[in-house]
Design a protein around this ligand. Structure first.
Ligand code: NAD
Length: 252
């Protein structure tokens, strides 16, 4: 038996990057996984590749995690098709790099909506079923910017800091219904979101020097902690954020 046999796991923003690696890890641990993204073609390509690798057990639901109506409709559809979502990973996110004094309100709104409000919208919709069934796991993908700031990413920092307290707020209300909500905070991970930083020699040198392990994180580094928070091994772990950052947040 694998840790997540018989469970159904939805991972938002999972057609690429960290979300795709998390979905693969949850499938490997036995769960039926539901991939999510905005682009139906890209999503279907990711779904069929993962299903081929594991002999099935992979579904896909294309919807915008920032749109209340689409979220509620999609979650109702997934619940009807699968019998209920046991694990939700709120992973979808965007970055926007500009100084605060030059940041347009529309860009602030887009980042906060995608990186914070979406976890409320999808979390609320999924939690209604989890509470009714008396069990569930929610993992919110935070960031080292949950704890630390840096110039040019103010909206992202505010949103990811808010996501930690949303994790606590969900815990305050849903822990008694046997729903565990925790966060995983990745350090700098090499993905499409960070490709421009990897390609910038000065930034790359700064990351390697600033991280005690002297390397970028890999998407696979995030999988084990998420599987732990999705499994019965974490049944008495509530409202925590685990930093998976090569030690970046424990040194200056
Ligand atoms: N890469 C890093 O270094 C790093 C570090 C810390 C935290 N994170 C967080 O990890 C998560 C994944 O990051 P990544 O590097 O894999 O990014 P990525 O850009 O490669 O992937 C993000 C995914 O989210 C999806 N997405 C964006 N907006 C969406 C929406 N409105 N509805 C549905 N899907 C949407 C995108 O289509 C994409 O598939 C994000 O929350 C990010 O903030 C990343």
């Amino acid at each position: 038996m694998s840790a997540l046999d018989g469970r159904v796991a939805l991972v938002t923003g999972s057609s690429r990057g960290i979300g795709a690696a998390i979905a693969r890890g949850l499938r490997q641990a036995g769960a039926t996984v539901v991939l999510n993204g905005l682009d139906p073609d890209r999503l279907e390509a990711a779904r069929s590749a993962l299903a081929d690798e594991f002999g099935g057990g992979v579904l896909a639901a294309a919807f915008d995690v920032t749109d209340e109506e689409s979220v509620d409709r999609a979650i109702a559809g997934i619940e009807a098709e699968t019998g209920g979502i046991d694990v939700l990973v709120n992973n979808a996110g965007v970055q926007h790099r500009v100084l605060l004094v030059d940041l347009a309100l529309a860009d602030w709104d887009r980042v906060v909506r995608t990186d914070l409000t979406s976890a409320f919208l999808v979390g609320r919709s999924v939690a209604r079923g989890m509470i009714a069934r008396g069990s569930g796991k929610i993992v919110n993908i935070c960031s080292v910017q949950t704890d630390l700031a840096r110039p040019t990413i103010g909206a992202y920092t505010a949103a990811k800091g808010g996501l930690r307290n949303l994790t606590r707020a969900m815990t305050a209300e849903w822990a008694a219904s046997n729903v565990q909500i925790n966060g995983v905070a990745p350090g700098y991970i090499h993905t499409e979101m960070t490709q421009a930083l990897v390609d910038d020699p000065r930034f790359n040198d700064w990351i390697l020097g600033r991280t005690p392990t002297h390397r970028w994180g890999r998407v696979e580094d995030i999988v084990g902690p998420v599987v732990f928070f999705a499994s019965p091994a974490s049944d008495f772990v509530n409202g925590q954020v685990l930093f998976v950052d090569g030690g970046m947040t424990v040194v200056v």
